[in-house]
Design a protein around this ligand. Sequence first.
Ligand code: HEM
Ligand SMILES: N[C@@H](CC(=O)c1ccccc1NC=O)C(=O)O
Length: 292
Amino acid sequence: MSDTKQTAPGCPMHAPAPTADTEWHGAQMDFSKDMSYGDYLGLNQILHAQHPLSPNHNEMLFIIQHQTSELWMKLMLHEMRAVRTHLQGGELPPAFKMLARVARIMDQLVHAWDVLATLTPPEYTAIRPYLGASSGFQSYQYREIEFILGNKNAALLNVHASTPEYPLLQEALNTPSVYDEAIRLLARNGLPISDARLHADVTRPTEADESVRNAWLEVYRDPTRYWALYELAEKLVDLETAFRFWRFRHVTTVERVIGFKTGTGGTAGVSYLRKMLDVVLFPELFALRTLL
Ligand code: HEM
Ligand SMILES: N[C@@H](CC(=O)c1ccccc1NC=O)C(=O)O
């Protein structure tokens, strides 16, 4: 490990390591040969990846807000891919554990907007010209999250054409969503699902299906008989609810900061983001509530 250790010259956070005879409550002090905290976590890469382009003080907040969001998104994807595999295998307890974690990560991202909301319009206006045409619209991890939850849109792949992420996103588009797998599980548990739904084009966004709604309705009318499916449904509702809050905080924060300006990504801005509030990921799980 020692030959991979790097130093950051001139950085006060990375002063020379203390000598081996320095003692503090028995703690190991010399990591010239052993893997340290920073080595394990790759902090040299992470903490040297903030490169403000403007002279404005507040750009650091903007950068770190997005970088931390992307890290949490990475974990969400890691968990959701595993959820999908567990649903395929009918292993519900581990899937529940992971779905609960994903919903809490989404909650974390919802609350993170409180930090960014301290960025005022004049502060952001000082940064915005330096952003060029870059925009969260180009976040490939966000797009993969949308895809894995079933909000597929092949046209949006074009943003990533000729990037290393393109094949990954293409695969995400072509792979059944977590919700598709939940519906297959309903069918495997003897609940009648239409052939049209079971063989629906997985590259298209989820469309409400009557047989799926009726299947979930049966689950909700007899929870004790279908307890695991009932729990799965509620976990999915938790996740969609948290996602809706995220979208809402995004659009309200954007309106607060840039008003109705056109987005750097080329969309109309707030009116585009408001349209996205109408997206329903798991339509039947919400539709059935009116019927109970
Ligand atoms: C001051 C802060 C922010 C502003 C003014 C802002 C503005 C916008 C605008 C106007 C759009 C529409 C696309 C465009 O034309 O650019 C957008 C999309 C997007 N933003 Fe932000 N945003 C902010 C912060 C964030 C943060 C912190 C994230 C977290 C990663 C984020 C993630 C996204 C994503 C994923 C999209 C695409 C949404 C979709 O297509 O449904 N944004 N943003
Ligand atoms: N679309 C934003 C720019 C923006 O927010 C942004 C730019 C670069 C990196 C991340 C961003 N955040 C989310 O869209 C705007 O129109 O001001």
